[in-house]
Design a binder for this molecule. Sequence first.
Ligand code: KG4
Ligand code: ZN
Length: 364
Amino acid sequence: MYIFAIESSCDETSASLIRAYDKKIEVLSNIVSSQVPIHALYGGVVPEIASRAHCEAITNVSRTAISSSGVSMSDIDAVAVTFAPGLIGSLLVGLSFAKSLAFSLGVPLIPVNHIEAHVSAAYIEHEELEPPYLALVVSGGHTSIYNVTDYVTFEEIGCSRDDACGEAFDKVGRVMGLPYPGGAAMDRLASIGYSSQNSKTKSNIFFPSPAVHDDTLDFSFSGLKTAVINYIHNEKQKIKSEVLPNDIQAEIAAAFTSSVCDGICKKLSMAIKKNNPKTIVMAGGVAANSHLRKSVSELCAKNGVNFTVPSISLCGDNAAMTAAYAYHMYNLGLFADSSLNAFASDESAEIFMEQLKNTHKIVH
Ligand code: KG4
Ligand code: ZN
């Protein structure tokens, strides 16, 4: 079967066409139009500008995704769309477009939760992956651990109590003067910091852990973020300059990254003890971080747990992951009608999905 999907929850307009059968998901096209250059001028996403940019991009992105897939519109079996969580104006653009397309093609409309879609990106390259497993989602808006009991059931067993991990990377990056969003640049800078630590002496910079000091699986990134930002300001004052030398920046990036990796591994290690999973899946934009990939992979190897993480191109927002999640919704007959609304929060998304699953049980 062929699924066409749209993702527009934040600052990427994306459309994808997949062919799916049995456990196989073939990505025929996955077009991503990023608004990063626009929002970089403001140092963060401006919601109103994001909605307008989605309006401008969505027709061309969709047209390109369909034409480059080699599939004709009349062969599309379902249209999927991210309906939550995210920026409400951005979500509504994708939702309205997807509704019209599903209606005009006369095919089912599939509502997709963005966070669960991030995790489903892993099915694209890992046919062998199947629930149950534990999933860690690390993105610009989320840092959560889920117990995934079936393809569409995610129970949150830990989360950040304040900032998301990606948010901390971006804010620290901004104070360091790195281009927005700072995550990828921080990754490269930390590599420089680690290699100079290996060749010289060990770093003596230590930042607080984002692992909450209790027996929950929760995180807190705001203390870490503030500690790093204060450290940077102090260093600048010491040398009476607005710009820190490159080697100091790299050392700070490495110390921050170590704190993030250690904190995440601490809570994952507790989750392994509590839940005894066979597999851990890591997903979301920050899952592209090379140091975090290495740390979580080593933790899993040490504990005899399989580790699955999508390729870097499938970690950030893209519609192929939306389509992958939708394939499992399709198999369960979980469709929306044209009254489908967009929701900004996780809670509203969850309530909607519960209702959809309950209605489905009644109908069948
Ligand atoms: O999942 P995503 O594309 O969007 C949301 O759903 O939020 O995640 C975006 C986040 C941004 O904070 C970005 O800086 C971060 O992912 N990111 C990274 C890396 N690549 C992207 N963070 C750390 N290291 C990276 N290599
Ligand atoms: Zn995302």
